[in-house]
Ligand binder design. Structure first.
Ligand SMILES: *Cc1c(COP(=O)(O)O)cnc(C)c1O
Length: 390
């Protein structure tokens, strides 16, 4: 074992089952280990490096800001966060943005906003938030409570009270539960990412959005993974023709620096008053400058190329040997395989391709601008790994 791996094991808290890959540097959709081995990156840091590793435009945006001012606190005005908030509002129709530093924190903000809104409008016993089974909303004690997967909860009881999970795509169950409780909000991922890259049924999403509106229950869409071009639209909800009250995002927004955002529509734009919420790092100028450069590049041409690359991957893998099914949307793709996903990921590493898992599936989240030749090369290697007989 290498020195780096030994020291990592000695000094880093053991929360990650890392693969034996030591990444030294990269460019775009290719990364290199210290010994010079090249990998095609089908993970983009779990959907974070939207334009790949050390992308020139992104590096320029970030370093230019870095040489001006790297941090000020939120006691003063700075321009990158304002520019980013304006961009996000103009492109989504949302009215105001709160900046955080991660997906979990963006969701924490959404949960606080929903609870305050419901307390103001209906009474402070209207605190229940309904989420879906098999969802993933983060690792804080509250976003774990929101996460509808019991195995994440077990060792950390008691979690924050007031979260109820219902089966996805069962509208009657959701309606019944929402009316039985004093419900502040419903929170969904349009495509369940960590849960196995499973898009929700389009009619279900529409029905939930209508029901929420009729009953003045807020609809929160968690776009931490599906956002920022990942599904082939700027935000995943745009594929479903709905208009959420709160949209949270993170991962790809920053292009590689930590940032999260909760976007608030006209119903909730003024829910927070001074002191209700905050973050020392939130809206950090360097992270926001990077995010501005990412969002500015997600134009219709880029989004249609995401859709085109997605179609290519779906058609290449759909009937491939050892592949049971392919799910997902845009460049967020889950592959149900005959062999265990972990073995396929291991074989792909040996052949120079990095991929992810999600539950029992192999998951692909390549950079949105992965060149067609690299995508084809990676898919060929993944196909071979799926087809392999044990
Ligand atoms: C990754 C993820 C989160 C958590 O984001 P962090 O930045 O790790 O806190 C929340 N929701 C969804 C849908 C995610 O995919």
């Amino acid at each position: 074992m290498s020195e780096l791996i030994n020291k990592d094991k000695e000094y880093i808290a053991g929360t990650y089952a890392r693969f034996p890959v030591e990444i030294a540097y990269g460019k775009g959709s290719e990364v290199y280990s210290f010994d010079g081995k090249r990998y095609i990156d089908m993970t983009s840091g779990i959907g974070v490096t939207a334009f790949g590793t050390a992308d020139e435009e992104w590096v320029k945006a970030v370093t230019e800001q870095l040489t001006k001012v790297q941090h000020t606190s939120n006691l003063y005005y700075t321009s990158p966060c304002v520019e980013l908030a304006e961009l996000l509002c103009k492109k989504t129709g949302m009215k105001k943005v709160f900046f955080a530093n991660s997906g979990a924190e963006a969701n924490e903000c959404a949960i606080k906003a929903a609870r305050k809104y419901a307390a103001n409008c209906k009474g402070d016993d209207f605190y229940t938030i309904i989420t879906l089974e098999n969802s993933f909303h983060g690792r804080t004690v509250t976003t774990l409570a929101a996460t509808g997967q019991a195995h994440y909860h077990e060792l950390f009881q008691p979690l924050t009270d007031g979260f109820v999970h219902v089966r996805a795509n069962d509208f009657e169950a959701l309606k019944e539960t929402a009316l039985k409780h004093k419900t502040a909000a419903i929170m969904i991922e349009c495509v369940q990412g960590e849960g196995g890259v499973i898009p929700l049924d389009a009619e279900y999403v529409k029905a939930v959005a209508e029901f929420a509106k009729e009953n003045d229950i807020l609809l929160i869409v968690d776009e931490v993974q599906t956002g920022n071009g990942r599904t082939g639209e700027l935000y995943g909800y745009m594929n479903f023709g709905i208009y959420p009250d709160i949209v949270t995002t993170a991962k790809g927004l920053g292009g590689g620096l930590p940032i999260g955002a909760a976007m608030l529509n006209e119903k909730v734009e003024n829910v927070f008053s001074f002191g209700d919420h905050g973050s020392t790092y939130g809206g950090n100028p360097v992270a926001c400058a990077g995010a501005v450069s990412v969002i500015n590049r997600l134009d219709s041409e880029l989004l249609s190329s995401v859709k085109r690359k997605s179609e290519y991957v779906f058609s290449a893998l759909k009937d491939a040997k050892g592949v049971k099914s392919v799910s997902g949307m845009g460049l967020m793709i889950g592959i149900e395989t005959v062999r265990p996903a972990s073995e396929i990921v291991r074989d792909c590493i040996n052949e120079g391709v990095l991929c992810l898992t999600a539950k029992t599936k192999v998951r692909l989240l390549p950079a949105l601008n992965i060149p067609d030749e690299l995508l084809a090369e990676a898919i060929e290697i993944i196909k071979n790994a799926c087809a392999k007989e044990n």
